[in-house]
Write a protein of this length. Structure first.
Lengths: 483, 492
């Protein structure tokens, strides 16, 4: 079945004229129609746009376009603006909002000939670890529909994993791509901050947010990252020369590679099954000639605390624009201020309100120095500690998540425990480092992710290492037991 | 009543004269239909990001340098968070902190009535974005016009403790500051349209006391006069409050132009917490030595320096020089005329006299730097016209009265004055023989007045001059006529 193929395989089939883009697109739309009820990956579909883009992609192929992702059906996370397609951030406050413009990544993907199927579910405003905070829909893990897919890019992970899209974008503020990639057995990549334009991504924590790909293979992941990346003058934090290249992906070797294992991410906080899976991989790689070193990065222990000051602080300001005046939904009231309060009070979900309150507190005059300012200092130390490690090591390896996918509702009463699950992924956002989750062996029947983190602008090398590790682990993409 | 002194802090906002808004490419203009100059960025649609306008940044840098400020090494933009419908993002991008604004610790010199100058210390010159405008709709309810949202706004704040200590100081500070900003080409300076907005905070204290009083902030002042009257009114009002045993409350008051009095807008019970923090969407601005020097080199001679030079080099009065330098284009016109060989005092008199009056009456504007007036119909009068006219007067080709008439024609037609003189044969009669015979004729036909004059009624000299001028169709040189009259009247 065409929907089981990787992006590279689909593109090859398209160019060999074994199948048309329209047929591929319709196959995915059909699967979504039949099975998304089960997984809850999508919030909105755009079949007309998809078929129009399919036609444009077919024309490219017919004209001999050699783009590696032409004609590949994809999905965008629903916090990425799409012209003419409702963009809700899975929040009631944005229901009915149809952006008049495309995000830069959306433009870049279309230009690369990809076909947009629809928009995927997420934790409301990308705030969540499990994917359970959507105000609009529940997304399930294709490996076990009683379990969470991981958040916040829950729908994107579920869509690719359940073969309801070939590729999907996510956004990662503290692990929102890598956590669900780990829990659904996908490759999830957060590029260096500034390599993918944030223009059009509804901001959560602006200094941490980065858009990146979900894919089944490292090759697809690299090609997708290449297509979406590049300098964008509309984003002042965009980096010059930021286009990610896949040219050298399949070169290089693991022999003599120096990889650091931070002790702080191999503690009892990590589930035994996860540790075992990661340690098996380390054994295999050691035999392949990788030079592993245990190191200590003490600042990791402050990551979650620091993150839960900085991200909410920025969010409290970023989410101030949702006042019901210019777009989205609103609750009528007597005066301006009353109207703002009514709209925000009724239409934001509880986790969003919690973070807005925490952030407002952290930025307020009497507490700014003790919280926000201090958190920024810790963030600086953390980044410096990692940069120091990158002087000596090619990358850092750890589990991507301390746990495998857990039962839906299992952690709702323990929000702190849930937040601590971001322990492994947060440092990359703090320092703007590229970081990737790669499937390792299963723990029980559930996927485990290995996290690789490299230095700023080291995206290509990191992807190359991931490619070689994947080959060394000797496994093809493992499908979940899906419908 | 106790003797009080007033202290005034000035917060001036100037809309910068950029083509486009601060963080998007929407056009900057005045008026027009609501929400016609907006885009996803300036109405704050989700996902949009700001891209700073470099021209605006350089305008603030230029102003900061002209105001003798220290330039920040790394200057960042902050978010000032508060809720209001005219604020699209729920925060205003601004600049916070003592040493973070693009310029800080500067001063502006203003002239004093005694002919000296006084330094007004400037605390900060920073860049921010304007808000939209909340409008109450005629049919009820309210709407927001975001045309102004995101227009680059420069804020200039004076230092505390304040150097401004009178309503006259306050006015003069604003006159000089506005003039400087217009000279720098960073704003059009139109106070009535809100391009330059001034919000003084005013306090009084007993003379000799070092304890500053509670401040009130005054808004809606849209002319120099309003600033002067407003400060004076507030000082007096506060003095009356204190004298009647009350206390001055910290509040924001509005200025009512019609009644020339202030009214309570809102009390400031508690300081609002704006939760300033560095805007994560923007990277810090760094100014290199090269950039600073390049921008500094574009600063023209500033109004006060010009005024002092005109006074010293051309012996112009403070008043005359002040009128010339008040407007940069006007001063340029003057300087062009001098370059063409015009005599300063004469050119100045023409400019500040008939020319200014006629421009005013006709609603025209003078050209400057060879360019037509940017907004109004450009006057046909060019510097060379005034040079020519002044020369015709100084070499006695025409007299003053004729010159006024010729100027009126120049103003209407743009013809050179000497050409008009030639065409109309208006050359002044300086032939003493012709004047002597005209005088003799007048005296002969006005015997009784001659007698009266000789009897001591010397004021009749004016009458005789008038008669002679009439006889010569106004072309006789008045000085020669007087001389001849006196000679003939005393000679017999
Ligand atoms: Zn705009």
């Amino acid at each position: 079945m065409i929907t089981q193929l990787t992006a590279t395989e689909i593109n090859t089939a398209l160019r060999a004229k074994k199948v048309s883009v329209k047929e591929v697109t319709e196959a995915f739309l059909k699967r979504i129609e039949n099975f998304d009820e089960e997984y809850g990956a999508y919030l909105a579909l755009c079949p007309e746009r998809a078929l129009a883009e399919a036609e444009a992609a077919q024309a490219k192929i017919d004209a001999g376009d050699s783009g590696p992702l032409v004609g590949v059906p994809i999905a965008h996370k629903d916090n990425i603006s799409t012209q003419g397609v409702e963009t809700t951030c899975a929040s009631k406050i944005l229901q009915g909002y149809v952006p008049p413009y495309d995000a830069t990544v959306v433009e870049n993907c279309r230009e690369a000939g990809m076909v947009l199927l629809g928009k995927t579910n997420l934790d409301e405003f990308a705030m969540g670890t499990s994917g359970e905070n959507s105000a609009l829909r529940l997304t399930r893990n294709p490996w076990d529909t009683d379990r969470v897919p991981g958040g916040s890019s829950a729908g994107s992970a579920a869509a690719v994993s359940a073969e309801l899209a070939c590729l999907a974008t996510g956004s990662d503020t503290g692990g929102s791509i890598r956590m669900p990639a780990s829990l659904t057995g996908l490759v999830g990549f957060k590029p260096t901050y500034g390599r993918v334009s944030r223009y059009g991504l509804v901001a959560f924590g602006s200094s941490l947010d980065q858009i990146g790909p979900f894919a089944k293979t490292v090759e697809d992941c690299s090609l997708f990252a290449e297509a979406m990346s590049g300098y964008d003058r509309k984003d002042s934090t965009s980096l010059q020369g930021s286009k990610i290249s896949s040219a050298d992906l399949k070169t290089g070797s693991l022999k003599g590679k120096k990889i650091a294992l931070p002790r702080e991410l191999f503690t009892d906080a990590i589930d035994p099954g996860v540790r075992e899976s990661v340690e098996i991989a380390i054994d295999v790689l050691t035999r392949e000639g990788v030079d592993f070193h245990e190191i200590t990065l003490p600042s990791i222990n402050y990551g979650v605390t620091t993150y839960y000051i900085i991200a909410p602080a920025e969010a409290s300001s970023n989410l101030a624009k949702f006042d019901g005046v210019r777009f989205g939904s609103r609750v009528e009231s007597t005066g301006h201020v009353e109207g703002f309060a009514a709209t925000r009070g009724k239409l934001f979900g509880p986790e969003v309100k919690l973070r807005i309150m925490v952030g407002t507190y952290a930025l307020s005059a009497g507490y700014y120095d003790a919280y926000y300012h201090r958190a920024q200092q810790v963030r600086g130390l953390m980044a410096a500690e990692f940069e120091q490690a990158f002087q000596e090591y090619d990358c850092i390896l750890s589990p991507a998540s301390p746990v495998t996918a857990f039962k839906i509702g299992e952690m709702v009463d323990d929000p702190m425990k849930l937040k601590l699950l971001d322990l492994c992924t947060i440092p990359a956002n703090m320092g703007g480092f590229p970081s990737l989750s790669l499937p390792s062996s299963l723990a029980g029947d559930l996927p485990v992710g290995i996290l690789l983190t490299g230095p700023v602008m080291g995206d290509e090398k990191l992807l190359q290492t991931a490619y070689n590790i994947d080959r060394a682990l000797g496994r093809d993409y493992r499908r979940p037991p899906i419908l | 009543m106790a003797d009080y002194v007033v202290s005034v802090g000035m917060e001036v906002h100037a809309e910068l004269l950029t083509q486009s808004k601060m963080f998007c490419r929407c056009k900057v203009a005045f008026g027009g239909m609501p929400n016609t100059r907006v885009c996803p960025v300036c109405i704050g649609l989700p996902g949009t990001l700001p891209v700073p306008n470099r021209a605006a940044v350089e305008m603030v840098l230029k102003t900061a340098l002209a105001l003798n400020c220290t330039i920040a090494i790394d200057s960042v933009f902050h978010r000032k968070n508060y809720f209001y419908p005219d604020l699209p993002k729920g925060y205003q991008v601004s600049q916070y902190g003592d040493t973070n604004p693009i310029g800080y610790d500067g001063y502006l010199e203003i002239p004093t009535p005694e002919g000296g100058t006084k330094k007004i210390k400037i605390r900060r010159v920073h860049l921010e974005e304007d808000t939209g405008k909340l409008m109450h709709l005629p049919g009820g309810g309210s709407g927001v016009d975001y045309n102004r949202a995101g227009v680059p706004l420069m804020e200039i704040v004076t230092e505390f403790p304040p150097d401004i200590e009178s309503p006259d100081d306050a006015r003069e500070y604003l006159v000089q500051l506005r003039s400087l900003l217009v000279y720098l080409g960073v704003t059009d300076g139109k106070m009535a349209e809100g391009s330059v907005r001034c919000e003084p905070n005013i306090s009084i204290r007993e003379k000799g006391s070092t304890q500053y009083g509670t401040k009130t902030e005054l808004k809606n002042l849209n002319s120099f006069r309003a600033v002067q009257l407003g400060v004076a009114f507030e000082a007096k009002r506060q003095a009356e409050v204190l004298e009647s045993g009350g206390t001055v409350r910290q509040e924001t008051r509005g200025w009512n132009e019609a009644t020339e009095s202030s009214f309570l807008m809102r009390t400031k019970e508690s300081e609002q917490d704006y939760r300033y923090f560095p805007c994560p969407d923007l990277i810090p601005m760094h100014f290199s030595e090269e950039q600073i020097e390049r921008v500094r080199s574009t600063i023209p001679e500033l109004p006060l320096a010009k005024l002092q030079r005109y006074r010293a080099d051309y012996a112009l009065s403070d008043y005359d020089a002040g009128l010339l330098v008040a407007d940069r284009d006007w001063a340029m016109f003057f300087e062009e005329a001098l370059e063409l060989g015009g005599e300063a005092k004469a050119i100045c008199n023409w400019m500040n006299g008939d020319f200014a009056k006629m421009l005013n009456e006709s609603g025209q504007g003078a050209m400057a730097g060879g360019k037509s007036h940017p907004e109004r119909k450009t006057s046909l009068v060019r510097p060379e016209h005034l040079v020519d006219l002044a020369k015709l007067v100084s070499d006695a080709t025409i007299n003053g009265k004729m010159a006024k008439e010729i100027f009126a024609e120049v103003f209407d037609t743009g013809k050179m004055p000497s050409q008009i003189v030639e065409e109309k044969g208006l050359r002044q009669v300086t032939d003493t023989g012709a004047i002597a015979s005209a005088v003799a004729e007048v005296l002969a036909s006005n015997g009784s007045q001659v007698e009266a004059y000789r009897g001591g009624k010397e004021s009749l000299i004016g009458f005789f001059v008038g008669q002679v001028m009439k006889k010569t169709q106004g072309r006789a040189n008045p000085q020669l006529v007087q001389d001849e009259l006196k000679k003939q009247l005393s000679g017999d």
